[in-house]
Design a protein around this ligand. Structure first.
Ligand code: 6PG
Length: 242
């Protein structure tokens, strides 16, 4: 596990963009392709904007295939939709080809959307193991990641790659990749900044093992690298960063 701490959110985003370019470049050099799981929420928005604005010529974007670690069960045109946010900040400005973008189809029922997404992921990887090159994750202040929320059944799911989950605290369905798929990735990167996340970061890295309470503790890549890219505020409770 590599814990990278930077002075400010802007420094976090800049260094995260550099790390992304490095990881994507290595995958493309090795296999001429790169599969990325994007995270949603607000934290990665500035990263996607910076990748487009400052790094558009640093990656062969035509070799990158974009997937989502989770999706809110809202229509595609809803401002909460992670796919819409990525389309606006990354895909459209970089002219990413439609067949390189795998949105989660929330026009289907939650269960059908999960089954359909799993089918499309398996179709993409074909006979190969489902191993994303980069899994970008955020962390909620309640220690959830993707849509693996505290005390939800999906935390125990080890067979399905994708599941629908009703998150009662949000009164909302989510579609999420399950933890084994995330752990299979070649590189898992938590992008977390802000003082409001400090306790959650501590819970996951140093807290007692309590998966139902701290779901992001499930993220332990089987053979890939785990990165935490943090600002000082989010790292404030970590040993050696107080
Ligand atoms: C989502 C994300 C979710 C997010 C965390 C942190 O769909 O909301 O996938 O896991 O990463 O909730 O969100 P913020 O970056 O907005 O704090």
């Amino acid at each position: 596990m590599k814990i990278l701490v930077y002075p400010s959110p802007m420094e976090v985003i800049r260094n995260m963009a550099e790390l992304f370019v490095d990881l994507a470049g290595k995958a493309i050099s090795k296999k001429q392709t790169c599969s990325v799981l994007l995270s949603g929420g607000s934290s990665p928005k500035q990263l996607y904007e910076l990748l487009e604005a400052g790094y558009c010529d640093k990656i062969d974007w035509s070799a990158v295939h974009f997937f989502f670690g989770d999706e809110r069960y809202v229509p595609f045109d809803d401002p909460q939709n992670n796919g819409l946010m990525a389309k606006k900040t990354l895909f459209d400005p970089l002219h990413i080809a439609d067949d390189h973008i795998f949105y989660i189809d929330t026009a289907k029922s939650p269960e059908e959307a999960a089954r359909d997404y799993e089918r499309r992921i398996k179709e993409f990887f074909g006979a190969e193991e489902v191993k994303f090159d980069i899994a970008l994750l955020g962390l909620g202040d309640n220690s959830h990641t993707a849509s693996l929320f505290p005390h939800t059944e999906v935390l125990n799911e080890t067979k399905a790659l994708v599941k629908e989950v009703f998150v009662s605290e949000l009164n909302q369905y989510r579609i999420t990749l399950t933890y084994p798929v995330l752990n299979a990735a070649h590189a898992v990167v938590f992008l977390v900044y802000g003082a409001g996340k400090a306790q959650a970061v501590y819970n996951i890295i140093h807290g007692e093992r309590d998966i139902p309470e701290y779901p992001a503790q499930l993220i332990q890549p089987s053979d890939g690298e785990l990165y935490w890219v943090l600002d000082k505020a989010a790292a404030a409770k970590l040993h050696g960063h107080q």
